[in-house]
Design a protein around this ligand. Structure first.
Ligand code: SF4
Ligand code: SF4
Length: 340
């Protein structure tokens, strides 16, 4: 498997890496099987987070005894030093390890500076060898730039994928110039891209980017392993398909990051409802017309237009309007498919 150097960490990670958010939805046995299959195929980099419920625990069960053969990144979303200490202790326990290769501040809006007690604690942990490198993850371009320019972080995790605009893509060069590792999340656009060949061949052109592909099923893992072997190029039909995705998703679209959802006082599942038009355009549209999804979409009618969600969206989307557009499209879609 192709490996790259992750900036100044000197960690040699496989360019095709494993995003362990989706294994929350697997049973323990399924997760352990898929994680071991990934490792056996040569993937050496696994990214998880304290916020991903039992994902760290599943990694610990799968890799407790072979810890040294792999590189683990996890994240803390702590809001205080005390909480961070507790997160770290839990992460180490769940992962069945005594060190973390990359410990990341999870989804920062304001990047912790050198005087921040949590950052200072990270430095202390690094001295003790409990963590090896300090990273940061964000969905905000401005925060990403701050994280790169401040020189305090060794890795940046950011959504970089085939629908990213030039501004976001420029972060890859900015990371290179600053000898910082860049870890791409949302490789499949949070579910908007349904052809791994397009997503994979696009990111292959960015030689300093390691993508943590969100993997839940064996078939998904196999797709990426096959693509890695074939070294597919973005040309011909794939290029045309990428162009089609771009035309369809032009303008403002929800990336499904979920940062707005907890702000909604009427509990609309914004991260999915605001991109239902795209989800229904996928080959597996049947998954999104169940009674459960119809009920979730009807919740949009409960929106009180408080715009609390808008303040949370790193992409500045006009969420209430986006939700309404998605509901209109959804109702027409149900009519077309004669679904009652
Ligand atoms: S504007 Fe609507 S969708 Fe957004 S938080 Fe308020 S109620 Fe929820
Ligand atoms: S509306 Fe914005 S914050 Fe909410 S899930 Fe979509 S991209 Fe994320």
């Amino acid at each position: 498997m192709k490996k790259i150097l992750l900036g100044r960490t000197n960690l040699e990670v496989t360019k095709t890496a494993f995003g362990a958010l989706p294994i929350q939805r697997c049973t323990v046995d399924e997760a352990v099987e898929i994680l071991n299959a990934a490792k056996n195929a040569g993937i050496n980099f696994f990214d998880t987070a304290r916020a991903y419920s039992d994902s760290e625990k599943k990694l610990g069960i799968a890799f407790g005894s072979s810890r040294k053969d792999i590189i683990i990144a996890t994240k803390t979303h702590a809001g205080s030093l005390e909480e961070m200490k507790s997160h770290l202790e839990t992460s180490l326990q769940m992962l069945q390890t005594d060190y973390i290769d990359i410990y990341q501040f999870h989804n920062v809006h304001e990047v912790p500076d050198e005087d921040n007690p949590m950052y200072r604690y990270m430095l202390e942990l690094k001295k003790q060898g409990v963590i090896r490198h300090i990273g940061v993850t964000s969905h905000s371009y401005q925060s990403a730039v701050t994280a790169i320019e401040c020189g305090l972080y060794e890795t940046l995790q950011y959504p970089i994928f085939c629908l990213s605009d030039e501004k976001d893509l420029s972060l890859t060069e900015k990371c290179r110039d600053n000898n910082m590792g860049i870890i791409a999340m949302k490789g499949m656009g949070g579910g908007l891209i349904d052809d791994p060949k397009v997503a994979y061949s696009f990111i292959e052109n960015y030689d300093n980017v390691c993508t943590i592909w969100g993997i839940q099923k064996k078939e998904e893992l196999n797709d990426f392993i096959e693509l890695e072997k074939s070294g597919i190029a973005l040309e011909g039909e794939l290029k045309d398909k990428l162009q089609k995705y771009r035309e369809e998703l032009q303008g403002e679209f929800c990336r499904g990051c979920g940062y707005c959802t907890s702000a909604c006082p009427v509990h609309i599942e914004i991260n999915n409802c605001a991109r239902m038009t795209q989800l229904c355009g996928r080959a597996v549209w049947q998954d999104f017309v169940t009674d459960e999804w119809q009920a979730k979409m009807q919740m949009i009618n409960e929106c009180i237009e408080c715009r609390a969600c808008v303040e949370k969206c790193p992409y500045g989307l006009d969420i209430p309007n986006l939700l309404k557009k998605n509901l209109d499209h959804y109702e027409k879609f149900l009519d077309e498919k004669a679904i009652v």
